[in-house]
Design a protein around this ligand. Structure first.
Ligand code: FES
Ligand SMILES: [Fe+2]
Length: 381
């Protein structure tokens, strides 16, 4: 974020903290409980959102040089991301064009050739089929049309996006609506992956709701995050479907005693930048916690990959400190946020509620659910 944007956000949150207020929507907003539980609705969300829009599948630091690759599974589709000799990131369905074996297992690495483990067909970083053992057995095969199936892919602000459905084009500029200008100044594209964990969760929207408000800090995170952050003091901003949520830190009042020119970036505030539909960046002093939420395999389940990226290659003692931070944050997410989400999921059919109500102070959830609803009926993303 630009310096001026940090100052403006700090100013807003300082005003809220001083007055005991927060950003508010005009009215409350309710969502039917059936929207979380109905399998047809969930399937529509997968088809019309997750299979149609650009998803953040990596940070550029996971593909640092030509030959770098990453394989990640999204809704049953293995996606191979590569960095070509031209420096461009590309995406492919990681499925062999011979008889459908998964070519490269999940994970990151470096390889100029991707060889299928079944019969050894080999593909290059552009997805081209460059090797067929026993070539004479396939003398009629059109090699040029048997490369890995490409997926629309692009990079903005160090984030690597792809759409998981072959043949579906993406327009990243339109999709981001200027949000890349908010993210670009962080320089995340040059940051290093330093820690990664995974956690299972409930329905993807139950889980994601928790990333979009700080109303729960004082209760659910009373003994953890609430030590650092005020509860229910938020500043919400949106660029298209993407949202930035600012939180006031305890002690933000100290900014009053300093001229704005001396305020540090992120001084007195916490920052979560979400990229619709399912990725969140929580900024740390010298890095970021990226949470990638993957729905499924059934409506009541999801998986979250939590990764920490650092703005430089950490020394060994730093790495030990980072692991401590990672373990602490992971504990909060698993034992507080996701454990609560699992309880909501288990009790969804209890009949206690036909609707969930989002307060005026939960503005981020209004926007999130309105965007989901819009995409279910809209031809445009
Ligand atoms: S399935 Fe990949 S080489 Fe046969
Ligand atoms: Fe939380």
């Amino acid at each position: 974020m630009q310096r001026q944007a940090f100052v403006e956000l700090s100013r807003r949150l300082l005003a809220h903290a001083t007055a005991g207020t927060t950003d508010l929507a005009a009215t409350t907003y309710s969502v039917s409980v059936a929207d979380y539980a109905d399998p047809d609705r969930w399937q529509a969300e997968m088809d019309r959102i997750f299979r149609r829009v650009p998803l953040v599948l990596a940070l550029a630091g996971e593909l640092p040089e030509p030959g770098s690759y990453k394989v990640t599974w999204v809704l049953g589709t293995p996606v191979l991301l590569t960095r070509g000799d031209d420096g461009a990131a590309r995406a492919f369905v990681d499925v062999c064009r011979h008889r459908g074996a998964v070519v490269t297992p999940e994970g990151c690495g470096r390889a100029r050739r991707h060889t299928c483990p079944y019969h050894g067909w080999t593909y290059d970083t552009n997805g081209a089929l460059v090797g067929i053992p026993g070539r004479e057995g396939f003398h009629e095969l059109d090699v040029a049309s048997h490369g890995l199936v490409p997926l629309a892919c692009g990079e903005r602000a160090g984030l690597v996006f792809a759409c998981i459905t072959p043949g579906v084009a993406i327009d990243l500029d339109e999709w981001l609506s200027g949000y890349d200008e908010v993210l670009e100044p962080f320089g995340m594209g040059r940051w290093h992956l330093v820690s990664r964990r995974e956690v299972d969760g409930a329905n993807w929207k139950i889980v994601y709701d928790g990333y979009l408000e700080g109303y729960h800090f004082g209760s659910l995170h009373r003994d953890t995050l609430f030590g650092a952050f005020m509860s229910n003091v938020m500043a919400y901003d949106a660029w298209g479907p993407h949202q930035r949520v600012g939180f006031a830190r305890h002690g933000i009042e100290r900014l009053r005693d300093k001229p704005e020119s001396e305020w540090g970036d992120q001084e007195g505030i916490g920052l979560v930048c979400t990229v619709f539909p399912s990725v969140s960046f929580a900024f740390l002093p010298a890095g970021v916690l990226m949470s990638q939420l993957f729905p499924g395999p059934t409506p009541d389940r999801s998986r979250t990959v939590q990764s920490i990226f650092w703005d430089h290659e950490p020394s060994e003692p730093e790495q030990t400190d980072i692991e401590g931070i990672a373990e602490m944050l992971f504990g909060v997410v698993r034992d507080e946020d996701y454990a609560t989400g699992a309880g909501i999921q288990r009790a969804l059919s209890s009949g206690a509620n036909t609707e969930f109500v989002f307060g005026r102070n939960e503005l981020g959830l209004h926007r999130f659910h309105q965007t989901v609803a819009r995409l279910l009926t809209s031809e445009r993303v």
